[in-house]
Design a protein around this ligand. Sequence first.
Ligand SMILES: Cc1cc2nc3c(=O)[nH]c(=O)nc-3n(C[C@H](O)[C@H](O)[C@H](O)COP(=O)(O)O)c2cc1C
Length: 411
Amino acid sequence: MSVDLAVDFCGIKLENPFILAPSPSTDHLDLLIQAFDAGWAVAVLKTVAVDSSIVSRVFPLVMRIEQESAFIGLQNIDLVSEHSVEFMEQMVVTLKKRFPTKVVIPSIMANSKDDWQTLAKRFVAAGADMIECSIWCPHGAEWSLCHKVQEPVGTEQIARWVKEAVGDTPVVIKLSAQDSDIIATAVAVERSGADGVCAINTIKSITGVNLETLIPYPNVAGLSTYGGLSGPALKPIALRCTAEIAQNVKLDIASSGGITTWQDGAEFLLLGASTLQICTAVLRFGIGIIEELCLGLGKWMEEKGFQSLTEVIGRSLPYLVEHSQLPRGIQVVAQIESELCNRCGTCLSVCRAGGNEAIVWREGRPQVIMNQCIGCGLCHAMCLVQAIHLVRPSGAAKAGKERVRIDAINR
Ligand SMILES: Cc1cc2nc3c(=O)[nH]c(=O)nc-3n(C[C@H](O)[C@H](O)[C@H](O)COP(=O)(O)O)c2cc1C
């Protein structure tokens, strides 16, 4: 591979952009050693607080979230690490001794200035390359291990405290999409002097309710609680947050939320991420995914003619505009490919449900009445066998000849 996957993140050069996100995978020394050996450039350790020992985990810790039997995410009710700060410090020392070129980032959580600063300083003294502040966890807030802040003012204050404590060591602030204005918070982090943001943490969620027992999931001996949503279901929100932050601040961004494949990673990079934190996919497929992530990303960059990640990062941002700036008056119509159509009739019903009657049943199959189709895309989105294309009728197309297909660029 001739392309270079190295990237600068908060002033530190990383061998590739893939980071093990804080999770049970980064709470065990043996797993971290395996991960670094396998090619991960960076690991963010499971979050630790001064009083981590007061939390106690309950099980099951995670629930599968699915849609039509497909895995779309996890909900976890995990808390911070049950290890002590001393244990985590020792983990940093051991890892840095064995892997001096790998980047080890403790994730800290605290509820007073003193605790934020003490924790940060202790980890820097132990050899940490960077500090990540997990300011807010979507569940378990009643354990009082952290300020209940996510909004700009509180976040800026914490970022300042930690930066003041660790000086030149880079500080990354992990943000939440539950923040009412993630842009304002990112701007506040930039003002604080911190070096980067991680976006996003899990989102507070409920997996579902068991219709037999009437108890929400996860059922922990007859009771349930709120959890944090992660995995593919989070990706569109994490992409949005990445782009919004990238469009508004100059901070380095570690994206987190639903990155499973190298393709997902490439999308986040194109929208402004400089690094990619992965948790659920590692829990699902193991730390070995790093090989395919690096290979796939490298090959794609080569094919696209990108020589380095700096050419990729943020490359798609100029295409993202306000709704009012989108081009108007461009006609789009649906076209059903008769050989692919399975005659299920879904397109007819969705067209009607969407307020139109542009698809009719004729000659034993659904057909589009071109001059009634507004090009909303519902039939294209809902077709189970992908037999419907969206086309932009050119002058020739109106005469029944060549049409410009636009759905290929929207899949
Ligand atoms: C079981 C589990 C435990 C987690 N623990 C932490 C944690 O201790 N600190 C933290 O900042 N994020 C934690 N996270 C959030 C992940 O680091 C990550 O930000 C989130 O899951 C979204 O990424 P993903 O979709 O790749 O999982 C945890 C997630 C899971 C699923």
